[in-house]
Write a protein that binds this ligand. Structure first.
Ligand code: HAM
Length: 465
């Protein structure tokens, strides 16, 4: 077996070094000329061993998107800075301190996208896709936030997102949560917890904001410095504080559910009933606020991890005002995004999933040609014929002894080795050797190999069920 332990498969994120405060300037221009240039801090290479896992996960995500009628949208990685400032909110951590922003040739301020909801809204309006229409989109791609790197928090990371435009009822909220649940099921991922809340309309939030300002102002002395600053600009974010002393104050703070209107309450109750009906477990967390300012009404987060330090794998909610704020016709909208690094890392830490994910690496036939004339033997023609039929074939190049070639096959991603030595060539057969399973080796006539593969293997060389 050549399956690597999960620890070796994790994207080579050597974050242990990253978490130390850097005393050295990290810009490459300040590196001596003969230093080896390393990747930018908090940005990681995904190497082939880890990418096999990623492909499995990405394929599952795409399939679920399509299963629910969502269509792919791809927006540029670089957008005008104003888009994020005005959509995510000037007073958010993302806009205040995490964006990679620069002036393009001294003309326009641009930013590497920290998320894709704002870009999807921008593209939808720009191309007239949202004008009195209903749309379901999915996207998958890299995002950039200059956060302090640590496990599960990177400066370049990937998100898969679903965004639905044009539906105001709770049925689409429920659909999105069900799509999330389906993804976890398909990946055999257990133990994620779903937190749910509503932030009401802009009007309810204004009332709530004032209640919070009054409450926290009365206890200003006990607030941490960050929360005191937030009290001025964005008091809802105090509810998200990780400082224990502030958390104690938050526990007794007013509750948004006390101030939302009857219609907002009905929407939230209908969503909860729908989830109850479907048997989806959730916790109502009236203090759940999101780090982006565009949310209205329903918000939710799927997390995993020990109590006290759960890590959000997927998060989202409604943003019914964003399309009109960006200049489009008022369009209700809701979406979520999954952090792929966190999802893949979680799957890798769950032992029972490692085996099923590992199967995805065995994905080809390894052609071993130990005949004397290997450079122009019948084996290369056979390999081409198999590729014509859609099979994935890794051909051993460079000759060598059978034992050496088998070792290479073992180290490859292949599931099966197809072997021809001198005696096989003379007999017009090839040997089939299962590399990952304990199945005795056997021979197949060369002229029947394509039929045998078509009948017994999936396109990628895995045995058919
Ligand atoms: P978000 O909560 O900022 O929401 O990010 C969504 C997910 O992306 C998080 O739950 C987490 O899994 C992942 N994530 C965020 N930051 C990082 C990071 N620095 N490193 C690794 N993973 C990270 C949004 O981005 C919204 N656009 C979601 C949404 C879509 N709301 C409506 N539609």
């Amino acid at each position: 077996m050549v399956f690597l332990p999960a620890s070796k498969l994790v994207a080579r994120c050597d974050i242990s070094r990253d978490t130390r405060p850097s005393t050295q300037p990290s810009t490459t221009t300040e590196q001596p000329m003969n230093d080896k240039i390393q990747a930018v801090r908090g940005m990681h290479d995904l190497l082939p061993g880890a990418l096999a896992h990623w492909h499995t996960v990405e394929q599952t995500l795409r399939e679920v998107g399509w299963q629910y009628g969502y269509e792919e949208i791809r927006t540029p990685i670089l957008e005008k800075t104003a888009l994020f400032q005005q959509s995510i909110g000037e007073q958010t951590d993302i806009v205040e301190k995490e964006m990679y922003t620069f002036t393009d040739r001294g003309e326009v301020s641009v930013t590497l996208r920290p998320e894709a909801t704002a870009s999807t809204v921008r593209a939808g309006i720009q191309h007239g896709l949202l004008h009195h229409q209903q749309q379901r989109f999915w996207y998958l791609g890299p995002m950039f936030r200059r956060e302090r790197p640590q496990k599960g928090r990177y400066r370049q990371f990937h998100q898969f997102g679903l965004e639905a435009f044009g539906w105001s009822g709770p049925d689409i909220d429920s659909e999105l949560i069900r799509a999330g649940e389906r993804i976890w099921k398909k990946l055999s991922l257990n133990g994620l917890t779903l937190e749910l809340n509503t932030l009401g309309s802009a009007q309810s939030r204004a009332t709530y904001r004032q209640l919070l300002v009054d409450y926290f102002t009365a206890q200003r002395d006990q607030l941490d410095a960050d929360s005191r600053r937030r009290l001025e600009h964005n008091p809802l974010r105090i509810l998200d504080s990780k400082i224990p002393q502030t958390q104690e104050l938050v526990a007794n703070a007013p509750n948004i559910l006390e101030v939302i209107s009857e219609a907002e309450r009905d929407h939230f109750d209908a969503l909860c009933r729908s989830l109850d009906h479907l048997g989806i477990t959730y916790h109502i967390s009236p203090k759940l606020v999101r780090g982006l300012d565009y949310y209205t009404s329903t918000v939710f987060e799927w997390s995993w991890g020990a109590a006290g330090e759960p890590l959000a794998i997927c998060a989202g909610g409604r943003y019914d005002d964003l399309v009109s704020l960006r200049g489009g016709v008022a369009t209700p909208a809701i979406g979520f995004a999954i952090g792929l690094e966190r999802l893949v890392e979680l799957l890798q830490t769950m032992a029972e999933n490692t085996a099923s994910l590992a199967n995805a690496w065995s994905n080809a036939l390894y052609f071993i040609d130990a005949t004397a004339d290997h450079a122009h033997s019948a084996m290369s023609q056979l390999a081409e014929q198999l590729r014509d039929h859609g099979h994935w074939v890794i051909a051993h190049c460079g000759g060598g002894k059978l034992k050496q070639q088998l070792k290479r096959a073992d180290q490859s991603t292949a599931h099966l080795a197809v072997i021809a030595g001198e005696s096989e060539r003379e007999a017009g057969v090839v040997q089939i050797k299962y590399l990952r399973e304990n199945i005795p080796q056997f021979s197949v006539p060369q002229r029947e190999l394509v039929d045998w593969c078509n009948a017994n293997l999936s396109r990628r060389g895995q045995p058919k069920p």
